[in-house]
Every structure is written in C-alpha cells, then in structure tokens.
Ligand binder design. Sequence first.
Ligand SMILES: C[S@@+](CC[C@H](N)C(=O)[O-])C[C@H]1O[C@@H](n2cnc3c(N)ncnc32)[C@H](O)[C@@H]1O
Length: 233
Amino acid sequence: MKKYRDSQRNLYPHSEIKVELLRIYLEKYFLVLGHSTQIKKIYVYDLFCGPGIYENEKQGSPLVILNEILKVLEKGICSEAKFECFFNDTDSERILILKDYISKSSINKKNIDTSYSCKDYEIVIDEVIRKNNSLGDREKSFVFIDPFQYKNIRLKDIESLLNTKKTEILLFLPTQFMFRFESNGTPQSLKSFIEDLVPYDEWPISITGIDFIYSLKEHFKWKLEMISILILL
Ligand SMILES: C[S@@+](CC[C@H](N)C(=O)[O-])C[C@H]1O[C@@H](n2cnc3c(N)ncnc32)[C@H](O)[C@@H]1O
C-alpha cells in the first residue's frame, strides 16, 4: 500500500473548486452539444483521474464527470448520443479504488461505457490524439488534464488535439508552483515549457503570481489562436 500525503488522500478545498469548475464546464458543454441531434458519440477523457473518491468522501473528477453525464441522460439532453469515458492514472491503486467504487454504484447500471488505464500521460496523450484524429462527423470529445506537475504537458499535444476541431480541453496548471520557480532559479523544465510558447528571452518577468498567470494565458491564446478554456490555479 502506497503512503500518500494527507492532501492526496483527501480532497482539499482548492481542489474542490477545481472539480466544481469542471462540473460547470461540462454542464454547459453538454447543453451546447444537446442542441444538435447530429451528435452520436461523446468521448470524455480524464488523463490524470485520481481515485474518484477520497477519504473525506469528497468526489474527484471521474465521479463529477459521470454524475454530469447521468444528469444529461435523465434530462434527455444529448439523447441521441452515446457516452464513452476513459480514465487514466499512472497509479494503479487509484484506478482500482475508482473501478471498485463505480462497479458498486448506480452509475454502473447506466448506459455509459467506461474504460481504465494506468499509463503515463506521455504515452496516453499520443493514443488520445490518434483516436481524436479519427473521429467521425458526428463525434465529439472532451479532454480533462489535471496534473500535479506541468513538466509533461507540451503545447504541441494541446495543439494537435485542438487541430482535430472535435475536441475541447480543460487544462489545469499548477501555476503557483511554476511561478515560485520562475522567480527563483528557473529550472530547465519550466524554461522548456515557456519556450514552447515564446523564446525565453521574450518572456516577461512576473512580479506576482497573477502576472505569471496572465502571461501564461495570453501566450497560450496567441500561440494557439483558440483555446476552449484554460484554468490556472
Ligand atoms: C492532481 S491529481 C488528479 C486529481 C483528479 N483529477 C481529481 O479530481 O481527483 C493528479 C493525478 O495524476 C496521477 N499522475 C501523476 N503522474 C502521472 C503521469 N505521468 N501520468 C498519468 N497520471 C499521473 C497521480 O497519481 C494523481 O492521481
């Protein structure tokens, strides 16, 4: 049994806000898709999914996703569409907890396909990009990316997913952590992350964490021209 820090065993208030933002985003996203009877399949990917349920009984992203889909099904929104959810986390114990919880819950009896994997993000993101490139006209996909760290998040992957024109992305980045290092001997991983966006010598020095978030958001927007939503906590 792995030893987890308290903040990994329990969902803290700031993470509760993150999953609430995810919930609100999905509510709106499904509502928009629901206006089209053309959509036949909606894929939802949670690439750093965690255990789903925490020791303080708070629900993490996989359960928030599934509950939003259940609400949609109950209300008859997207009634023509089938949902397929894919949950990934390198930590196999967390995936076991999630699978076990879902298999015992009422979610299991509903018409939602779920699949699980314990792969590294860097491997799984390539698979998701390939899959998303082959989506049909009546298929859409939503990708939720909620890492502890930022080092394996690469702009080219986000760009490839958005280029499919069928995918929306909700990306959370640990910006406080990134800012702390930006102002204190920037490590190579942060330089590489920034250099994906702009030559490092053009990156503005941030006085506060908020400045850093603003720069990151603006450079993401300029670089990608479009980005569904970028939430930075
Ligand atoms: C911030 S937590 C995710 C929390 C989750 N979204 C929730 O709402 O409960 C990040 C998760 O990523 C997993 N993880 C860490 N490195 C990973 C990697 N390289 N690829 C995939 N998952 C990873 C961790 O085990 C952890 O469960």
